[in-house]
Design a protein around this ligand. Structure first.
Ligand SMILES: Cc1ncc(COP(=O)(O)O)c(C=O)c1O
Length: 355
């Protein structure tokens, strides 16, 4: 049976978007492809409030996380860690042999400007990594405030931001905040099938990459730049997904960006209120994510059984991540889901659990 996805990626994909992929294939060196890329890129720039370059990579987010640290590594990198995905970025940095340190908070807590200030003051760093929305805990880190602190006190430190589970769901002002890299796979708030990553890169980050002796190849901005103005990528792009992205960006802009951010906040509020009433919230109340809520299993229910029952009714939620399995469960409210969807889901859960 078809299940509507209330998991933090991949998210529910509307039929119109699935169908937007089902168009005849075009050659990636043909003018039709260049037209497509040149059409979709300004829409992405609008989404991110940026005049800087936005690249499209035919891979999931992890690949671009790797490429971004490699290309920032003129000096040691500071990885901020507050859950599974920010930890992954630290591991990626280590496994590429790049000098780095981590500053870590407990799961459920946020990375604050004070913490970043303290950590940056202890070393001579070239870049910092921050996962804006830690999908494993449901925390949204205050990236705008962190960026302001970094610009004020550490102006040469690049800001690398993983916005995987919040780009296209919350406002990210790439230029005004002064970000250097902001990346996200499209299977979350963009509500597309997986396999494509959107990545905005500042001129400053591109310049820094030119000073790195071994920036890698596939993700290298210098490679991407060779054909950027022509509307092409150096390697074969995910053409069908970009067709769907182009259609989805029209729909996102037609909804209105402010409306889209507001819808995500409203869906989050409904789920958070429900969680407070029947369970408890896992994460620090001051930093709750507008796109995914991590709920403490205070009633000791079987999350696996709940999901089996939900499956019979055509829905799926997520268990807790890693060690939080069965101790927590996560409900995503991202992408093209609506307030009605969230009310429907919570009614089903109440009915199943007899709440
Ligand atoms: C915040 C965050 N970063 C990175 C990733 C890794 O993405 P992928 O597995 O698509 O490469 C995820 C996946 O869920 C994520 O939520």
């Amino acid at each position: 049976m078809y299940k509507k996805l209330f998991i933090p990626g991949p998210t529910h994909v509307r039929d119109e978007i699935l169908q937007a992929q089902a168009v005849p294939m075009i050659g990636h060196r043909a003018p039709e492809y260049s037209d497509l890329q040149l059409e979709v890129t300004p829409k992405l720039q609008k989404l991110l409030y940026t005049q800087q370059r936005v690249y499209l990579y035919a891979c999931s987010s992890t690949g671009v996380m790797e490429g971004s640290v490699r290309q920032a590594a003129t000096k040691p990198i500071l990885n901020t860690v507050c859950g599974a995905f920010s930890k992954r970025w630290h591991e990626i940095t280590l496994q590429n042999g790049l000098p780095c340190d981590k500053v870590e908070v407990e799961m459920g807590q946020a990375i604050t400007p004070e913490l970043v200030d303290d950590a940056l003051s202890r070393g001579d760093y070239g870049a910092i990594t921050v996962v804006m929305n830690e999908t494993s805990t449901g925390v949204m880190n205050p990236v705008q405030e962190i960026a302001a602190l970094v610009h004020e006190k550490y102006p040469d430190v690049l800001l690398l931001v993983d916005a995987v589970s919040c780009m296209a769901g919350v406002k990210i002002e790439f230029d005004a905040w002064g970000l250097d890299v902001c990346l996200a796979g499209v299977q979350k708030c963009f509500a597309l099938p997986p396999g494509l990553t959107v990545c905005a890169v500042s001129d400053r980050a591109r310049e820094r990459a030119r000073q790195v002796p071994y920036p890698g190849h596939y993700f290298a901005y210098a490679q991407m730049d060779k054909r950027y103005d022509k509307g092409q990528t150096p390697a074969t792009p995910a053409i069908s997904l970009i067709q769907a992205l182009n259609r989805q960006m029209d729909d996102i802009l037609a909804e209105g960006l402010e409306n889209r951010w507001q819808r995500h906040k409203e869906m989050a509020a409904v789920v958070q209120d429900w969680a407070r009433r029947y369970f408890a919230l896992y994460s620090d109340e001051r930093y709750l994510s507008p796109t995914v809520t991590n709920i403490k299993n205070t009633r000791g229910i079987s999350v696996a059984n709940l999901n089996t029952e939900l499956g019979k009714r055509g829905a799926m939620i997520s268990n807790g991540y890693g060690d939080l399995k069965e101790k927590c469960f996560r409900i995503a409210h991202m992408g093209d889901l609506t307030l009605d969807d969230m009310h429907w889901l919570l009614e089903q859960i109440n009915d199943i659990l007899g709440l």
